[in-house]
Write a protein that binds this ligand. Sequence first.
Ligand SMILES: C[S@@+](CC[C@H](N)C(=O)[O-])C[C@H]1O[C@@H](n2cnc3c(N)ncnc32)[C@H](O)[C@@H]1O
Length: 343
Amino acid sequence: MLTAASQVLLRSEELLEQGKWLLVNPTDGQVFSELANPDVHGFHQFFDIYEQSVAVTKGQGRDSQHQFAAAYEADASFDGAVLYLPKAKAHGQMLLANIAPCLKPGATLLVVGENKGGIKSAAKLLTPYSDNVNKVDSARHCAMFAAVIDKPVAPFDITKWQDVSEYQVSDITFKVCSLPGVFSHGDLDTGTQLLLDNIDRVVSGRILDFACGAGIIGCFAGLKNAQAQVVMSDVSALAIYCSQKSAELNGVKAQVIPSNGLRALTGKFAQVFTNPPFHTGIKTDYSVTESFMQQLKNHLQDRGSLILVANKFLRYADELEKQFKSVQFLKETSKFSVYCCRR
Ligand SMILES: C[S@@+](CC[C@H](N)C(=O)[O-])C[C@H]1O[C@@H](n2cnc3c(N)ncnc32)[C@H](O)[C@@H]1O
């Protein structure tokens, strides 16, 4: 389904008719089949949209035009790019710094997004790259801005955007690498900390940090029990990048897997830990966590357990009770609940 931002982009399709174009974090895959120009490529930091985009363009042999990556490899070959504005301002700034060196001098840079997502500030985001920024369109609670690159552009180095912070929980000290656009960038979320505080024991088996973000839970678990085989998964390429770095920083051997929900995960786990998502982009979305709760029992070993933290207002207890034999509250605070569920 086309999102409102893609619909607004398609209203100005004539801008993308000529040359080689890059769509950056499009919010749907269908836009690639609607655009007449076959030389439109995709830079994706979200694995679900990457998979959709590959599926949509496979028939025309254009699936290799899509990259799932934390950073796009610069080759200054594009005549234009469209950035779908992300939720976090610093994430938008980092993406612009990444794609500007991928563009030819004089190329067009479009930024599209929802009013609720702060698109009105896009003109400001573009001023480091251009003195020539215009509003192209505004419809469907979205707007689109265009700029012609007319200022010098610096090479992109993702490591300059990284934050490495050190935390201590119980008697474990660990380092976390994070980037703009990753959950709780530069900080330890209160819910995540409460989950860590309530992990008494990590088993010496295969364990999963589902929706791992910067890899905090997986690293903590790997440090708590060096015999645990740590797997971490997330839909975001930035989260995958940071989790790999965090694991290296802590000397934790981990397998880090991009996955939409549990789809790409095979094999069973003895323990699963998660602070699961309830947003997709700027929208509240419980569907990922609901599917996770429904499907997890197929990924748990006999006597395997799930430890999950969630905001108290998210009433997950009913669904968990439907899916698991035993559901216990490990901890409740005024804001969060930590659940322990067993098959
Ligand atoms: C609340 S954050 C928790 C991050 C990390 N575990 C922590 O505690 O700091 C939820 C995570 O879910 C990820 N996520 C969102 N949608 C997802 C999906 N469809 N499949 C897998 N992960 C998803 C987000 O990228 C984000 O990293």
